[in-house]
Design a protein around this ligand. Structure first.
Ligand SMILES: [Zn+2]
Length: 176
Protein backbone atom coordinates (compact mmCIF):
# COMPACT_ATOMS: atom_id res chain seq x y z
CA UNK A 1 0.00 0.00 0.00
CA UNK A 2 2.72 2.43 1.03
CA UNK A 3 4.69 1.37 -2.00
CA UNK A 4 1.76 2.14 -4.22
CA UNK A 5 1.40 5.61 -2.70
CA UNK A 6 5.08 6.29 -3.29
CA UNK A 7 4.77 5.13 -6.86
CA UNK A 8 1.81 7.38 -7.37
CA UNK A 9 3.71 10.30 -5.85
CA UNK A 10 6.63 9.64 -8.18
CA UNK A 11 4.33 9.52 -11.17
CA UNK A 12 2.74 12.79 -10.10
CA UNK A 13 6.17 14.39 -9.71
CA UNK A 14 7.09 13.09 -13.12
CA UNK A 15 3.97 14.54 -14.69
CA UNK A 16 4.68 17.86 -13.03
CA UNK A 17 8.19 17.84 -14.40
CA UNK A 18 7.10 16.91 -17.90
CA UNK A 19 4.58 19.71 -17.78
CA UNK A 20 7.20 22.10 -16.47
CA UNK A 21 9.51 21.06 -19.29
CA UNK A 22 7.23 21.96 -22.16
CA UNK A 23 8.90 24.97 -23.77
CA UNK A 24 6.25 27.56 -22.91
CA UNK A 25 6.06 26.52 -19.30
CA UNK A 26 9.81 26.36 -19.13
CA UNK A 27 10.33 29.90 -20.32
CA UNK A 28 7.66 31.19 -17.98
CA UNK A 29 8.76 29.21 -14.97
CA UNK A 30 12.45 29.88 -15.23
CA UNK A 31 12.73 32.83 -17.57
CA UNK A 32 16.36 33.36 -16.64
CA UNK A 33 19.14 33.69 -19.14
CA UNK A 34 22.45 34.03 -17.41
CA UNK A 35 25.66 33.40 -19.30
CA UNK A 36 27.79 30.74 -17.63
CA UNK A 37 24.76 29.00 -16.12
CA UNK A 38 22.41 26.39 -17.56
CA UNK A 39 19.59 24.18 -16.33
CA UNK A 40 19.72 20.41 -16.35
CA UNK A 41 16.58 18.40 -15.69
CA UNK A 42 16.91 14.68 -15.16
CA UNK A 43 14.04 12.26 -14.81
CA UNK A 44 14.17 8.54 -14.16
CA UNK A 45 10.92 6.71 -14.70
CA UNK A 46 10.88 2.97 -15.11
CA UNK A 47 13.57 2.02 -17.58
CA UNK A 48 13.72 5.49 -19.07
CA UNK A 49 16.26 8.18 -18.31
CA UNK A 50 15.49 11.62 -19.69
CA UNK A 51 18.05 14.41 -19.59
CA UNK A 52 17.14 17.91 -20.66
CA UNK A 53 19.53 20.81 -20.98
CA UNK A 54 18.43 24.41 -21.32
CA UNK A 55 21.38 26.71 -21.89
CA UNK A 56 22.18 30.13 -23.22
CA UNK A 57 23.72 29.45 -26.59
CA UNK A 58 26.71 31.55 -25.56
CA UNK A 59 27.78 28.82 -23.09
CA UNK A 60 28.14 26.30 -25.88
CA UNK A 61 29.04 28.38 -28.90
CA UNK A 62 30.30 31.78 -27.78
CA UNK A 63 27.66 33.62 -29.80
CA UNK A 64 23.87 33.81 -29.83
CA UNK A 65 22.80 34.67 -33.35
CA UNK A 66 22.71 33.05 -36.75
CA UNK A 67 26.24 32.13 -37.88
CA UNK A 68 27.81 34.77 -40.17
CA UNK A 69 31.05 33.18 -41.29
CA UNK A 70 32.05 29.77 -42.56
CA UNK A 71 33.85 29.13 -39.27
CA UNK A 72 30.74 30.00 -37.27
CA UNK A 73 28.57 27.81 -39.48
CA UNK A 74 30.99 24.93 -38.97
CA UNK A 75 31.02 25.49 -35.21
CA UNK A 76 27.22 25.61 -35.04
CA UNK A 77 26.83 22.46 -37.13
CA UNK A 78 29.46 20.66 -35.04
CA UNK A 79 27.68 21.62 -31.82
CA UNK A 80 24.32 20.33 -32.99
CA UNK A 81 25.86 17.14 -34.36
CA UNK A 82 27.73 16.56 -31.11
CA UNK A 83 24.64 17.09 -28.97
CA UNK A 84 22.54 14.87 -31.22
CA UNK A 85 25.11 12.10 -30.97
CA UNK A 86 25.32 12.53 -27.16
CA UNK A 87 28.93 11.45 -27.47
CA UNK A 88 30.97 12.35 -24.40
CA UNK A 89 28.28 14.47 -22.78
CA UNK A 90 27.14 12.31 -19.88
CA UNK A 91 28.47 9.24 -18.16
CA UNK A 92 26.03 6.77 -16.67
CA UNK A 93 27.01 3.76 -14.64
CA UNK A 94 27.92 0.98 -17.12
CA UNK A 95 26.07 -1.64 -15.00
CA UNK A 96 22.81 0.20 -15.63
CA UNK A 97 23.17 -0.51 -19.36
CA UNK A 98 21.67 2.75 -20.60
CA UNK A 99 21.60 3.32 -24.34
CA UNK A 100 20.53 6.42 -26.20
CA UNK A 101 17.04 6.06 -27.65
CA UNK A 102 16.56 9.59 -29.01
CA UNK A 103 18.07 13.05 -29.00
CA UNK A 104 16.50 16.35 -29.91
CA UNK A 105 18.24 19.69 -30.18
CA UNK A 106 16.42 22.97 -30.57
CA UNK A 107 18.33 26.17 -31.19
CA UNK A 108 16.02 28.41 -33.22
CA UNK A 109 18.63 31.05 -34.10
CA UNK A 110 20.84 28.33 -35.59
CA UNK A 111 17.93 26.78 -37.42
CA UNK A 112 16.69 29.74 -39.42
CA UNK A 113 14.94 31.59 -36.62
CA UNK A 114 15.30 35.30 -36.13
CA UNK A 115 18.11 36.56 -33.95
CA UNK A 116 17.35 38.53 -30.85
CA UNK A 117 19.68 39.84 -28.22
CA UNK A 118 19.95 36.47 -26.47
CA UNK A 119 19.19 32.94 -27.51
CA UNK A 120 18.96 29.55 -25.88
CA UNK A 121 19.51 25.98 -26.88
CA UNK A 122 17.36 23.19 -25.52
CA UNK A 123 18.41 19.58 -25.91
CA UNK A 124 16.69 16.47 -24.70
CA UNK A 125 18.14 12.98 -24.57
CA UNK A 126 16.18 9.84 -23.83
CA UNK A 127 17.93 6.70 -22.74
CA UNK A 128 16.59 3.23 -22.14
CA UNK A 129 18.31 1.38 -19.31
CA UNK A 130 18.57 -2.39 -19.02
CA UNK A 131 19.02 -2.23 -15.23
CA UNK A 132 17.53 1.12 -14.18
CA UNK A 133 17.60 0.13 -10.49
CA UNK A 134 21.39 0.29 -10.74
CA UNK A 135 21.33 3.78 -12.14
CA UNK A 136 22.09 6.00 -9.16
CA UNK A 137 23.54 9.04 -10.83
CA UNK A 138 25.38 10.48 -13.75
CA UNK A 139 28.49 12.49 -14.43
CA UNK A 140 28.27 15.55 -16.63
CA UNK A 141 31.20 15.81 -19.01
CA UNK A 142 30.15 19.07 -20.68
CA UNK A 143 32.35 21.38 -18.62
CA UNK A 144 35.64 20.33 -20.19
CA UNK A 145 34.62 20.98 -23.79
CA UNK A 146 32.42 23.98 -23.05
CA UNK A 147 34.42 26.04 -20.54
CA UNK A 148 32.06 29.00 -20.88
CA UNK A 149 29.57 26.81 -19.03
CA UNK A 150 30.52 27.31 -15.41
CA UNK A 151 27.52 25.98 -13.52
CA UNK A 152 24.60 23.66 -14.08
CA UNK A 153 21.56 24.03 -11.88
CA UNK A 154 20.34 20.46 -11.87
CA UNK A 155 17.05 18.96 -10.76
CA UNK A 156 16.28 15.26 -10.58
CA UNK A 157 13.06 13.36 -10.30
CA UNK A 158 13.99 9.78 -9.56
CA UNK A 159 12.75 6.65 -7.85
CA UNK A 160 13.60 8.14 -4.45
CA UNK A 161 12.01 11.50 -5.02
CA UNK A 162 13.25 14.88 -6.10
CA UNK A 163 16.46 16.70 -5.46
CA UNK A 164 18.41 19.62 -6.75
CA UNK A 165 22.14 20.18 -7.08
CA UNK A 166 24.61 22.63 -8.53
CA UNK A 167 27.22 21.03 -10.76
CA UNK A 168 30.54 22.49 -11.79
CA UNK A 169 33.73 21.26 -13.47
CA UNK A 170 35.03 20.31 -10.02
CA UNK A 171 31.73 18.73 -8.91
CA UNK A 172 30.29 17.14 -12.05
CA UNK A 173 28.48 14.24 -10.40
CA UNK A 174 24.73 14.19 -9.96
CA UNK A 175 23.55 11.44 -7.63
CA UNK A 176 20.05 10.34 -6.75
ZN1 LIG B 1 22.69 35.58 -23.87
Amino acid sequence: MIRKVIQRATTAAWSALVLALTPGHWAQAHGVHQHGVARLEVAVEGAQLVIRLDSPLDNLLGFERAPRTAAERTAAAALIKRLESAQGLFLTSPVAGCTLASAEVEAPVLQGGSAREHADLVAEWRYTCRAPERLTGLRVLLFKDYPRLRRLDAAVVGPRGQRAAQLTARLPDLAW
